[in-house]
Design a binder for this molecule. Structure first.
Ligand SMILES: NC(=O)C1=CN([C@@H]2O[C@H](COP(=O)(O)OP(=O)(O)OC[C@H]3O[C@@H](n4cnc5c(N)ncnc54)[C@H](OP(=O)(O)O)[C@@H]3O)[C@@H](O)[C@H]2O)C=CC1
Ligand SMILES: CC(=O)N[C@@H](CCC(=O)OP(=O)(O)O)C(=O)O
Length: 308
C-alpha cells in the first residue's frame, strides 16, 4: 500500500485528488487535522512518513514543502507553478515527455491548466517541423472560475454579475515560461486568458496564419501529426471534423473530466487554422493529471481512478 500525503488537501485541487483516490486500495492517505495542516512540523512528519506527496499549494508554500521533505525518500508531484521549468524536475505531462520519464521521476512538476492545452497542441507540431519554433505564437483561452482556486470561487459565487473577466492584461501570466520552454519555442507566446462564470471547463486556442508561416505543413498534415502523436494515449484524443452545430461549448455544471480533446479547424483554402484544446481545468488541467502521474510513478495502470 502506497502512503500518499496531499499537502493543501483542503483546497480545490487537493479535494479533487482525494476524490479520485477514494476507495482505491493501492493508496492510503496521510491526513492532517485542520489545526495542523499549515504547521511546518506536522507537514515535515507527513512528508517523512509518505511514499508520495502531492503539493496543492500556492507557489511559496510549495517551495517550502520541498524543503520540509528534504532528507526523506518521498516522491513529489507539485501542482503549483513553482518548479515547472526548474532543473531536476520532470515535467508532468507523460504524453509529451514520455511515460517512463514520469514513472521513474522523484520530482514531478505538473503543467498549468492553460499550458496543458497549449503545449499539447504546439509541442508535437514544432517537434515534427510542421510549424516553426521561431514564430511569435498567440494563445487565447477561457477558464472556469475554479481555475483560480478558493479565492476566485468565492469571488465568482459571491458576485453573479460577472459575465466575463479578462486578466493578465500586463502580459506576464505565470504559465508563459512553461508554454515557451516545454513547447521548444524561441519566443514567449502572447497569452490572453479570461474567466467565465462556469465552475470548471477550459478552451485554449492557438490561431495560426498558416500561409504566412515559413515551412508550415497543411491543415491535414497538422491534424495527422497530432493524431499520430497521441495515438497511444487513453487520455488525449484528437477529434477530426467539425463538431455538431459547428461550435464548442463549456457547460455550467459539467461533471469532472480528466480527458483532453484536441481539434484542428481550418479555413476552406487551408491558409488559416485554429488549434483548439478542450479540457477540465481541474481534470487534466490539475487533479486528473496528478492522479495520472501518481499512477505511473506507482507502477499502476495510467488511467486508474480517472474520470474519462
Ligand atoms: N484550480 C486549478 O484549476 C488549478 C490549480 N493549480 C495549482 O494548484 C495549486 C493549488 O491550487 P488550488 O487548489 O486551486 O488553490 P486553493 O486556494 O483552492 O487551495 C490551496 C490550499 O493550500 C492551502 N495552503 C496555503 N498555504 C499553505 C501552507 N503554507 N501550508 C499548507 N497549506 C497551505 C490553502 O489553505 P486555506 O484553505 O486555509 O486557504 C488551501 O487549502 C496552486 O499552485 C494552483 O496554482 C494548477 C492547475 C489548475
Ligand atoms: C482562472 C485562473 O485564475 N487560473 C489560474 C491558473 C490556474 C492553474 O493552472 O494553476 P497554476 O497556478 O498551478 O498554474 C491563473 O490564471 O493564475
Amino acid at each position: 500500500m502506497n502512503k500518499v500525503f496531499i499537502d493543501g488537501a483542503a483546497g480545490t485541487t487537493g479535494l479533487e485528488i482525494a476524490d479520485r483516490l477514494a476507495g482505491r486500495r493501492e493508496f492510503s492517505l496521510i491526513t492532517l487535522d485542520d489545526d495542523q495542516r499549515k504547521d511546518a512540523r506536522a507537514r515535515r512528519d507527513a512528508f517523512h512518513a509518505a511514499d508520495f506527496a502531492i503539493l496543492c499549494l500556492p507557489d511559496d508554500a510549495a517551495r517550502q514543502a520541498v524543503s520540509l521533505a528534504d532528507g526523506s525518500a518521498v516522491r513529489i508531484i507539485d501542482a503549483s507553478s513553482a518548479h515547472r521549468i526548474s532543473p531536476g524536475w520532470t515535467f508532468g505531462f507523460p504524453e509529451v515527455v514520455g511515460r517512463d520519464a514520469v514513472a521513474d521521476a522523484h520530482r514531478v512538476s505538473n503543467p498549468g491548466c492553460y499550458s496543458t492545452g497549449f503545449i499539447a497542441l504546439v509541442a508535437p507540431l514544432v517537434r515534427a517541423g510542421l510549424i516553426p519554433a521561431d514564430w511569435s505564437y498567440t494563445c487565447n483561452a477561457v477558464s472556469g472560475y475554479s481555475g483560480g482556486g478558493k479565492a476566485l470561487i468565492e469571488r465568482f459565487e459571491g458576485d453573479p454579475g460577472i459575465a466575463y473577466r479578462a486578466y493578465a492584461l500586463g502580459l506576464g501570466h505565470k504559465h508563459v515560461p512553461e508554454m515557451q520552454v516545454r513547447s521548444g519555442l524561441s519566443h514567449a507566446p502572447l497569452f490572453s486568458p479570461a474567466v467565465i462564470p462556469a465552475h470548471r471547463g477550459m478552451v485554449v486556442e492557438v490561431p495560426l496564419p498558416l500561409a504566412a508561416m515559413p515551412g508550415a505543413g497543411s491543415p491535414d498534415d497538422l491534424a495527422g501529426a497530432l493524431t499520430e502523436f497521441y495515438s497511444g494515449s487513453p487520455v488525449v484524443k484528437v477529434v477530426r471534423g467539425m463538431p455538431a452545430d459547428g461550435e464548442l461549448l463549456i457547460r455550467e455544471g459539467a461533471a469532472p473530466a480528466d480527458g483532453l480533446e484536441l481539434h484542428v479547424f481550418a479555413s476552406e483554402d487551408g491558409s488559416q487554422v485554429r488549434l483548439v484544446a478542450v479540457l477540465d481545468n481541474l481534470g487534466k488541467g490539475a487533479s486528473g493529471a496528478a492522479v495520472q502521474n501518481l499512477n505511473l510513478m506507482a507502477g499502476l495502470p495510467e488511467t486508474a481512478g480517472l474520470r474519462l
